[in-house]
Design a protein around this ligand. Structure first.
Ligand code: NAP
Length: 283
């Protein structure tokens, strides 16, 4: 029997309505949620991505401002801008668009953001909160993987979850997010011996690798939940890390690409802006 397709767009629309309602309540209290993105240089994909965030914030009533600095801006000026944004009470969330030019330290810039405005969940303090199970601001893509399962009625507790990928943005935060959901977690990477052995043990298999269609149907336990965080540009468009067409004949439930995990990321960043307002003690 073919797998249930976990519809990210439908879930994103559901969350969007919740965000809109919360924004309306905040506005009644005189708070206008605001997200700021900082882009250094003119990487075309980053410009498009930032503009799409602007449009989607407008949809839910969140104010958005993009600071697009020239590619040769000295690091000190970027740090000064972040310091001003940290101190600006009208700004609730700050995001740094990647990639940064080579002369700028990603670590110094990310650590300069106030942890209470770090809506990307990149600051070491928020990473620490994730490890300890405390509340904080956590990255959107791994949250999307969890949210898509929970909102589809999939139980995570007690399941064997296998993550393929231990990248800083997706795989590594997911280790702790899945542990916090009481899954039993196995993490696979390039040095894993016999990857297919591990993936076949998974009740929940999450791919965050960046290799087009590398998870084949025979690597999946029949009936497993397969969550594909991969976004890969290929000749015929965009595909995930899972060989979707074959995998959906084996899995019990599966996220498509596009239309799965990636559909939730922007709205979860917006949810983080609202959470940041609460953590800042403003609502
Ligand atoms: P990353 O930092 O490059 O990490 C990739 C991970 O995959 C690494 O841990 C690597 O292992 C592992 N890996 C690579 N080839 C492997 C193989 N053949 N077998 C087993 N493991 C392998 O990537 P990332 O930034 O975490 O992103 C992962 C994927 O998520 C990418 O497709 C990216 O485009 C996508 N992504 C999606 C969104 C979204 O909104 N949906 C957002 C961000 C990223 P080692 O650690 O041993 O090198």
């Amino acid at each position: 029997m073919a797998a249930t397709i976990l519809d990210g767009k439908k879930i994103a629309a559901e969350i969007r309505e919740e965000v809109k309602a919360e924004v309306a309540q905040l506005k009644e209290k005189g708070i206008l949620p605001k997200l700021v993105a900082v882009l250094v240089g003119d990487d075309p994909a980053s410009v498009v991505y930032a503009r799409s965030k602007e449009k989607s914030c407008a949809n839910v009533g969140i104010a958005f401002e993009l600071f697009n600095l020239p590619g040769d801006t000295p690091e000190a000026e970027v740090l000064d801008l972040i310091d001003r944004l940290n101190k600006d009470d009208s700004v609730h969330g700050i995001m740094i668009e990647m990639p940064l030019p080579k002369h700028i330290s990603k670590q110094r810039v990310l650590e300069a953001i106030s942890p209470l405005k770090d809506v990307d969940g990149s600051h070491p303090i928020n990473r620490g909160y994730l490890l300890s199970g405390a509340d904080g601001l956590f990255p959107a893509t791994p949250q999307s993987c969890i949210e898509i399962m929970l909102r589809s009625g999939i139980e995570i507790k007690g399941k064997n979850a296998v993550l393929v990928g231990r990248g800083e943005t997706v795989g590594k935060p997911l280790i702790f997010m899945m542990l916090n959901q009481n899954a039993t977690v196995t993490v696979c990477h390039t040095r894993t011996a016999d990857l297919a052995y591990h993936t076949r043990q998974a009740d929940i298999l999450i791919a965050a690798v960046g290799k087009p269609r590398m998870i084949k149907a025979e690597m999946i336990k029949p009936g497993a939940v397969v969550v594909d965080a991969g976004i890969n540009q290929v000749e015929d468009g965009i595909c995930g890390d899972v060989d979707f067409e074959a995998a959906k004949e084996v899995a019990g439930a599966i996220t498509p690409v596009p239309g799965g995990v990636g559909s939730l990321t922007t709205v979860l960043i917006q949810k983080n802006v609202l959470k940041a307002i609460r953590l800042q003690g403003k609502a």
